[in-house]
Design a protein around this ligand. Sequence first.
Ligand code: NAD
Ligand code: UDP
Ligand code: UDP
Length: 322
Amino acid sequence: MHLERRVLITGGAGFLGSHLAERLLGEGCQVLCVDNFFTGTRRNIEHLIGHSGFELLRHDIAHPLYVEVDEIYNLACPASPVHYQRDPVQTTKTSVLGAINMLGLAKRLNARILQASTSEVYGDPHVHPQAEDYWGNVNPIGPRSCYDEGKRCAETLFFDYWRQHELQVKVARIFNTYGPRTHPNDGRVVSSFIVQALLNRDITVHGSGEQTRSFCYVDDMIDGLIKLMESPAEVTGPINLGNPAEFTILELARLVIELVGSRSRIVHRPLPEDDPRQRRPQVDRAREQLGWQATVPLREGVKRTIPYFESLVSQGLVQRVI
Ligand code: NAD
Ligand code: UDP
Ligand code: UDP
């Protein structure tokens, strides 16, 4: 008989997955990390290897998986445009076939399952801020569609397994999250700007930089995901998780330059196709149903993130930014 909760984290060697694994091990859970290392690395979890509660399995969740666990956090999926556009067909397979396999696994085990969905299901939103009952404005055939539509279809599958098989599902719509262990070369804006600033290279602002995002520090996000998993069965979501403080990309660039103490200049590059103009979560549902809200301001979170990238730069692990 097992006493500790056995938790499966797909995408456990990635940015969010590795922080979640660390937190759950600290709470006494057994953690099975499943990852195909498409964007994750062993470096993110090497400090966990050897821990008696930790297991690592190299596996692609687009294929069936037979293991025995009590809870599933389904985080596997490349998350940045640069990565998810590298092999768009594989991105859709990961979201859709991966969701089917993980839901099938949860059904066989009667396990709770949480889906890492995304604010991208709102696309380039016509409603601001975005509440969970907004259906979104997503281009079904554009370069971002493999990710956006894959995640939307995964949500559909989660709610159909809930209605049809009474599975205990939890769907989190995660808004832009940053912190140590974001991939240094995946083009996500906070990490890219920090690395550019540390190397005193130009800070590449796309378009005018007037587009907005709302950035959540990783520790807050992990709290929110765990609170959602542990919430009563009737709390299925979808539920927005994010920090509602909204910044323009230019404001972020200036903040990073100031906090790094960098000589970098701001330069402008073309705005990518379908780049959303604004994004801010409405977080009332998370506050009411989970008693959760983000607590780390952007300035503080960026300060906590800089040392991680300083260490990568000083070890010669990052010489350039894409
Ligand atoms: P990440 O790229 O660091 O982690 C994703 C992990 O999934 C990687 O370790 C990768 O190797 C693994 N993976 C990808 N395809 C796989 C497959 N087919 N089988 C097994 N493993 C696979 O990204 P992240 O930021 O940690 O994102 C984690 C989850 O959260 C993703 O589902 C992402 O869509 C979602 N999300 C993240 C953010 C954010 O701002 N970080 C925002 C919204 C949603
Ligand atoms: N599946 C899995 N692990 C399990 C149980 C199921 O990977 O422990 C996969 C299986 O390959 C199946 C999918 O999950 O294709 C959906 O399972 P479900 O039971 O819903 O559907 P069915 O097997 O009836 O197609
Ligand atoms: N961005 C930028 N410079 C960069 C990387 C990104 O100006 O070097 C912009 C990007 O065009 C978008 C915002 O920053 O408007 C957030 O980009 P990210 O890829 O981090 O997240 P997403 O667009 O998926 O929200």
